[in-house]
Design a protein around this ligand. Structure first.
Ligand SMILES: [Zn+2]
Length: 310
């Protein structure tokens, strides 16, 4: 073989390797939470490889920034975040340290899922973190409305399509399938919750505002005086009086909060503490977005029946 044909062979081999690599390459996606990762999986299927940062059993406001996350972010084609400052305490420095220009805020590979979602409790005045409030730009727990899950999935579909146009039909088909299954599930949840319209509850953190709005729960008060501020004796005293006055029988608590104050309130008011999951992965069995609502709605309905809550 002469030199030219060796070069030609090498070039052909390289082209074949690159072509094969492309055909098999999955998009690397990092999602800041397991809920977003679950939605990416719904739409992306086997065309994406998804990594998650915050686990579903952790308080998403406060996540330990481990160096291993920087490596995941360095390799990412797309980063999906909750936004609304949920991750402000831990994600921005990781993204910066990843030195990955594709996923910096404003780049094509940075998707802020809150931008297409319905956001509640947006402050009317100037944005402030007065007294440590961790929800200064509206409620960031918006994924707990299935309508928002659908909007996020659509935004993910558009972004994945932009990143890999050859798979556009795959992503469109998977989005449509998710949309259909979610609509069926919503009918099921609506049917289960229909008898309990206006049900009065107290919640620990303001994690459940979107869920409450979607399923007609009436949130009478919060164990926290303000989002992110631990319970205080005077606030707890006032809350107990209000719960007695309104006959509230359920206190919804996220799995990562200390049960001491909720248990004390329950003893004093005759209410029951119910640990609900704000996120996929909160327990091992809950591995996808629809499963999260199935789990919570079932627990809630069982607790309503048990306590006679109204
Ligand atoms: Zn919060």
């Amino acid at each position: 073989m002469n030199r030219i044909s060796i070069r030609l062979l090498a070039a052909l081999l390289l082209a074949a390797a690159v072509g094969q690599g492309r055909a098999q390459a999955a998009l690397n996606v990092v999602a800041s939470t397991e809920d977003l990762a679950a939605l990416v999986r719904e739409v992306g299927g086997d065309k994406v490889k998804v990594e998650t940062i915050a686990r579903g059993y952790q308080d998403p406001h406060f996540v330990e920034a481990k160096p291993s996350f920087i490596l995941k972010l360095h390799a990412a084609d797309l980063l999906v975040v909750v936004g609304r400052e949920l991750e402000i305490g831990w994600l921005p420095s990781l993204v910066q340290q990843s030195r990955n220009p594709r996923i910096q805020p404003g780049a094509d590979g940075y998707l802020d899922a809150s931008l297409t979602a319905k956001i509640l409790e947006v402050p009317a005045g100037p944005i402030t973190r007065a007294m440590g409030d961790v929800h200064p730009s509206g409620n960031p727990h918006y994924w707990l409305d299935p309508g928002n899950g659908r909007r996020i999935a659509k935004a993910i579909q558009e972004r994945l399509t932009a990143a890999s146009a050859a798979d556009a039909a795959h992503f469109a088909r998977r989005y449509a399938d998710f949309d259909r299954r979610l609509a069926e599930a919503e009918k099921r949840w609506d049917g289960m919750m229909a008898p309990y319209k206006g049900l009065k509850v107290v919640t620990y953190h303001r994690s459940w505002s979107n869920l409450a709005e979607r399923f007609n729960l009436n949130v009478v008060g919060y164990v926290e005086p303000k989002p992110g501020i631990p319970p205080s004796p005077s606030h707890t005293f006032d809350l107990i009086q209000e719960m007695k006055r309104q006959n509230v029988k359920l206190i919804l608590v996220e799995p990562y909060f200390d049960l001491k104050t909720p248990d004390a309130i329950a003893r004093d008011t005759g209410a029951e503490v119910l640990v609900l999951l704000p996120s996929v992965g909160g327990v091992k069995e809950v591995t996808d977005y629809i499963g999260l609502f199935d789990y919570d709605v079932n627990l809630l309905v069982a607790a309503i029946k048990r306590t006679g809550a109204k």
